[in-house]
Each structure stands twice: as C-alpha cells, then as structure tokens.
Write a protein of this length. Structure first.
Length: 254
C-alpha cells in the first residue's frame, strides 16, 4: 500500500503541476508543441451517439458490470469512442483527436438492467473543454513543401506522359529533348511549381491536438482547469494519508 500510494502521489502531483504551470494558449497564436487550450466543443461533422443510451455527444466511454453469485460486481465490457471533435476558443478552432487521451468527464449516467449495471460518461456539444497535449498545424503557412521539391515533382509528373512533354518542348521535332529544350521545360516547371506553392500556402491552416509523441500527459476534460487542479490536490492529500498510514502500519507490525 505504501509503495502504490507513493507512485500514485507522484503521478497525481505531476498532473497537477502541469495543469497549474502550463499557460492557456489561444488557438490562432499557439506555438507548435505542448500546449493547453480551453474553449467550447462542437462536432466534427455529425455528432456521434453513445453506446447504449444512443444520446448525441462528442465522445463517450462505457462500462458494463455484472453481478456474480457472490454478489460482487465484475466488469465484463468497456470501451470508448475515437471520433475527433473540434474546440473553438473564439480565435480559431482545433481538431481534437481523443485517441490515447486521459479523459475526465462530468456527464455520467448509471442504470441497471437485471444483474447488469451500465455506466456512460460523455462530452457534449457546447461543453467548455480543457485540453492539454501536442498542438500541430498542417497546411497553409506550415506546409513543409519547398519550391525545389515541387519543381522535381512537376517534372516527374510530366515525364509520365512523355508524348505530351515532347509535343510541348521538342521544338526541332527529333523525338528527343536537347539541352536548350530541357532548359525550356525546366523553366516551365519552375513556373508551374510556383503556382502550386502559392495555391498550397493560400489554403487555411488546420490545427490539431494529438497525443504527445514523447509520452507526456494528454488530458481532456469538461471540468475547468481550476476544478481539475482542486481534484488533483484532494487526490494528492488522500495518497499522502494512505502512504503515511501504511508506514504507521509497518511500524506497528514491526
């Protein structure tokens, strides 16, 4: 008990420090990397339906327990949704991928059917959602493609249709591209690459929040950061009480 409560205390303390110590970013100006976001949740497309109650929501987790002959409840089935949803903080919106996240939800339903007990947790549309994880922007100004790469790609595409390329650039009609004709084709490819690059960078940015690749905490909740910090503070105190109580028990036994 002492060892388990010590590790639990360290884990909860780490979570509380991350929540308290990480400043909330605005989506429109958030840096790439590990950030904290706070905003209103809305669906990415149509809302999904929870597993058993079939209620519209953005995310759900369910648990089914069954009572055995000893009147003990045993979990027989559990699972959660993986569909993405959006977070809007007024400055922009971000697609949240909940896979791999630790999710704390305040919407909870319990009911019984015979000797089975069902529980569902949900995140709902327009909930104020807190998210801590890896922020990544794709497309537009963050498109990693370069002009030189696009030139090579354009020439590669043109070479697949050799007949059309010869028709466009084989000026002397000998069925081959000489040095001058190849330079002409390359100049045309540069102009085409510039058009494609301008079009790619004109596209709007799409922001994502994902599970951090370095294993850091990925947390999503429809509790406010203040309530989460208070909850973790209570768990810190509880684990410390268990730890010192277990140490006292060891001393009494010895």
């Amino acid at each position: 008990m002492a060892v388990i409560s010590l590790f639990a205390w360290l884990s909860v303390l780490h979570r509380q420090r991350l929540i308290v110590g990480t400043p909330t970013s605005r989506i429109a100006s958030a840096a790439q990397g590990y950030v904290e976001l706070l905003g209103n949740a809305r669906p990415e497309g149509a809302p999904i339906l929870s597993k058993y109650l079939m209620l519209p929501c953005l995310w759900y987790r369910y648990q089914v327990e069954r009572k055995n002959h000893k009147n003990q409840w045993r979990t027989v089935e559990t699972g959660e949704s993986s569909a993405p949803f959006r977070l809007d903080d007024g400055s922009g919106d971000c697609v949240i991928d909940p896979r791999g996240a630790e999710i704390i939800a305040r919407h909870k339903d319990n009911w019984r059917v015979g000797n089975e007990r069902y529980t569902e947790w949900k995140l709902l549309e327009q909930d104020e959602v807190y998210a801590l994880g890896e922020f990544k922007t794709i497309g537009g100004s963050n498109d990693p493609v370069t002009h030189d790469k696009l030139v090579k790609q354009v020439l590669s595409d043109w070479k697949l249709d050799n007949a059309n390329m010869l028709q466009r650039f084989d000026l002397n009609g000998n069925g081959l591209l000489d040095m001058d004709e190849w330079l002409l084709a390359r100049q045309a490819a540069k102009r085409e690459a510039r058009k494609r690059l301008d079009a790619a960078r004109a596209k709007p940015d799409t922001h994502f929040m994902l599970k951090p690749r370095d294993g850091r905490l990925f947390l999503i909740s429809n509790l406010s950061p203040e309530k989460l910090a208070r909850r973790y503070a209570l768990w810190i105190g509880l684990n410390l009480m268990i730890f010192f109580g277990a140490l006292g028990g060891i001393a009494w036994v010895l």
